[in-house]
Design a protein around this ligand. Sequence first.
Ligand code: ADP
Length: 446
Amino acid sequence: MFRRVLIANRGEIALRIIRACHELGIEAVCVYSQADKDASYLHLADRAICIGPGPARDSYLNIARLISAAEVADVDAIHPGYGFLAERADFSEICRDCKIEFIGPSPEAMKKLGDKVEAKRYAKAAKVPVFPGSEGAIEDEEEAVKTAAEIGYPVIIKAAAGGGGRGMRVCHNEASLRTNLRNCAQEAKAAFGDGSVFLEKFLEKARHVEVQVIGDKHGHAVHLFERDCSMQRRHQKVIEEAPAPGVDRKKISAVCDSAARLVKSADYSGAATVEFLMDDEQNFYMLEVNTRVQVEHPVTEFITGIDIVQTSILVAAGEPLPFRQKDIKIEGHAIECRINAEDPAKGFMPSAGRIDTWRVPGGPGVRLDSHVVPGYTVPPTYDSMVGKLIVHAGSREAAIRRSSRALAEFEVGPIKTTIPLHRELMADSAFVTGGVDIHFLERRLK
Ligand code: ADP
């Protein structure tokens, strides 16, 4: 087992990983930028090392500085968290070359599933449902026009290396397809250094349903069921829940099994998420694979009772998965609300600054993952999430009531947060019924 782990991240996920390490009897070493020097979780780390100025490229994204810190602290492994370097195969490779275990997939497995075109190839072979579309990257315009005619408009052009909602174009007819093909490839080359693009059917109305999977280094992989993350604004998830309401259990179970087959076929170890869109008839189409732990992993931890962060540390250390598929059962319902330092009443304007009031909810079935303490100043440098409120209860109805109760207890000031929006959504009849689509929130905000 590892003696000491370096956490190459910040904020709530750094704290989450410190906690997982300590429960496993592992020392946790934190790195921090000058903008995070007063962060409270640094006191909980066994050691904290400054790696540079606030801008991420000079600190949390700077591989040389992170590896130096790892050498100085003499760690056995690095946990990348999410964001920053978590999905960079070159970082995973450098760690391996430096004899530091990367807590996540090998660079080879990350490349197989992290590239959208490559992932689709593996998905098809593992019988994971995918969108109808081009076979691999588009080499030839006429070929693409033919494919689009076959699958029918609208279609969407995507960059193989795209991410963060960028590098995509919806086309409603042949003329727009031809123009967009050229623009998209050029843009993808400029933005991601890789001009490969591919084509798939565009779904006008859909829900976002994703499957949590985890594999080990002994050829085992299991799924931990699904999460519904359809409540989104600008492609950013706002509320996540598990299990997905109103979904046929037989259908979703087959999709979950296919996701486990996919990671197994790629010799993948560690946690991953296979994302799908689901149409009105509950047909599933794979979007992409995220080769890391997700922000919303706690909802799955609640319904399965499995600690995903601890399990990924164990499998990185070479241990076999401590459970089999048949041991994993869903218990009750969980909901996560992302609390961002933004003002929903003013177009979600960022609201960085000092937090004087921070009165948090508690009680049965309530979990708050946050690095904030009273007096903490939210730096304007990083993303705006200040915490995640996750609740668990016996049924979806009870989980909604519990979320409402916890949100009513939650007081933050003077900065503005998305808590008032969450209070409204918990009382929204469409959300309460369950099964809103990915454009619901944007429509409602208008
Ligand atoms: P990224 O890696 O940039 O997040 P994704 O492939 O995950 O890209 O897609 C991001 C979002 O774009 C999806 O959540 C969905 O809202 C929309 N989208 C992507 N592909 C399709 C599609 N084929 N049909 C409809 N919407 C899509």
